[in-house]
Design a protein around this ligand. Structure first.
Ligand code: NDP
Length: 451
């Protein structure tokens, strides 16, 4: 069959849209990837004939289940939980669990699809999955969170396993939640095995895992800057979020001689013109993970800082921008403002934080732009290393893991430049990540035949 006989991008996307009604985040994520892959597949008839992209954009399975739990006032609460197992061509499904009221099947399908490419880019044997529930841990007592996690795991446990599917944390799921879920898995199965990553270090968690996503996003940024003869040192950075990824990104920027100006949460952002140094970052970590407070409290404590209620930080002039909160948190106008204010590099700690139109603004302005699927892959990469350590019953020290993380991020950057370098030296990191991530999974799928 001639290549020209195959469907074009428009027809392909019309099919995706029709088959996934109302799933805007998922359609957006597939569209972003399909644009590059259609170009790449132009002269590669075997991928078309085997319907590889169509198969990747149809999850292997979507498991949806009821999660019942009792709150402290003895009310029975009902939530919905999911696990999306997108693709396991190159390894067990792997991807985080998100607890947030905004979680829907569309959000988890987009995340599982993206995860497939990200995990492929790391070079480690991991397929793509994602899960979660529309549960809001904010304002809940520890006992309520525990009961929810136990109920969630009472269904999930039958779908996961160290060689099947290995979930991790994500928004709203940190060390506390992983602990409760691992405890319940162990109770139900009577097996101690590496079925979750991001575990506490007392029970099989890897050193460097909490830091890995944020540090990795900064290493990726440093690789992009170095590729153009620059470095992090002496540059100002605007960061959104104040969770796991954001605080560790801030920490690494500071360690490398940069100055962090902002952090945020869903209530607004704080701007500290003096810079958010290590002591202040530690204060934020304590505020968010122990006190479970709001970022607005920062400006009460550090009085040179200002709090901007309900706003996002992208109009603060900076050299570097790191969106580390959530999807679609940086739109076209905000991207334009960043460019007008002279931003040099953008590295995404979060997944798909920039809208498609925002990404176009960065590309048109030839800004160094590292998409989440490449820039935040350090987290899942160290999760992959946690799986290896659990299987071998060993643990590596943080120095060794730090070196491995630096090498992994350099490797991912190299793959992006291999497929993304354009005439004149500009690197289209989205294209590079999409093609490199796609090729490995696609070739594995071809080897399996029609399954
Ligand atoms: P956390 O729950 O630790 O922190 C999330 C942060 O984002 C909080 O500050 C939260 O504020 C803020 N946030 C959440 N939703 C919104 C919203 N709608 N508007 C504004 N701010 C919001 O999550 P992580 O740091 O783990 O995850 C952040 C991002 O990084 C996500 O996109 C996640 O998918 C991605 N990621 C995480 C990895 C990891 O290893 N943890 C790995 C790879 C990607 P508030 O307190 O108000 O909710």
């Amino acid at each position: 069959m001639a290549v020209s006989d195959h469907v074009d991008l428009e027809t392909f996307m019309a099919g995706v849209t029709k088959r996934n009604p109302g799933q805007t985040e998922f359609i957006q994520a597939v569209h972003e990837v399909a644009q590059d892959i259609f170009e790449f597949m132009q002269d590669k008839v075997h991928y078309h004939e085997a319907q590889i992209l169509r198969r990747m954009a149809e999850p292997d399975r979507v498991i949806s289940f009821r999660v019942c739990w009792e709150d402290d006032n003895h009310n029975i609460r009902v939530q919905r939980g999911w696990r999306v197992q997108n693709n396991n061509a190159i390894g067990p499904y792997k991807g985080g669990i998100r607890f947030h009221p905004s979680v829907t099947e569309s959000v988890l399908k987009f995340l599982a699809f993206e995860q497939t490419f990200k995990n492929s880019l790391t070079g480690l044997p991991m397929g793509g999955g994602k899960g979660g529930a529309n549960f809001n841990p904010r304002g809940k007592s520890d006992a309520e969170v525990m009961r929810f996690c136990q109920s969630f795991m009472s269904e999930l446990y039958r779908h996961i396993g160290p060689n099947t599917d290995v979930p991790a944390g994500d928004i709203g799921v940190g060390g506390r939640e992983i602990g409760y879920m691992f405890g319940q898995y162990k109770r139900l199965t009577n097996r101690w095995e590496g079925v979750l990553t991001g575990k506490g270090q007392e029970y099989g968690g890897s050193q460097m895992r909490p830091e890995a996503t944020g540090y990795g996003a900064v290493y990726f940024l440093r690789n992009m800057l170095r590729h153009r003869g620059m470095d992090v040192e002496g540059h100002t950075a605007v960061i959104s979020g104040s969770g796991n990824v954001a605080t560790h990104a801030a920490e690494k920027i500071t360690q490398l001689g940069g100055k962090v100006l902002t952090m945020s949460d869903s209530g607004g952002f704080i701007h500290d013109p003096d810079g958010i140094d290590q002591e202040k970052i530690d204060w934020i970590k304590h505020l968010k993970t122990v006190k479970r407070g709001r970022i607005s409290e920062y400006s009460d404590h550090f009085t040179n800082a200002s709090f901007h209620e309900g706003k996002r930080p992208w109009d603060v002039p900076c050299d570097l921008a790191l969106p580390c909160a959530t999807q679609n948190e940086l739109n076209e106008d905000e991207a334009r403002e960043l460019v007008a204010n002279g931003v040099k590099g953008v590295s995404e700690g979060a997944n798909m934080p920039t809208t498609l139109q925002g990404v176009k603004i960065f590309h048109d302005a030839k800004i160094m732009y590292g998409p989440g699927k490449a820039a935040n892959a350090g987290g899942v990469a160290v999760s992959g290393l946690e799986m290896s350590q659990n299987s071998e019953r060993i643990s590596w020290n943080s120095e060794r893991l730090g070196e491995m993380l630096t090498d992994l991020m350099e490797g991912i950057h190299g793959k992006c430049t291999e497929y993304g370098e354009q005439e004149g030296g500009y690197v289209d990191y989205v294209k590079g990540a999409n093609i490199a991530g796609f090729k490995k999974v696609a070739d594995a799928m071809l080897a399996f035949g029609v399954v």
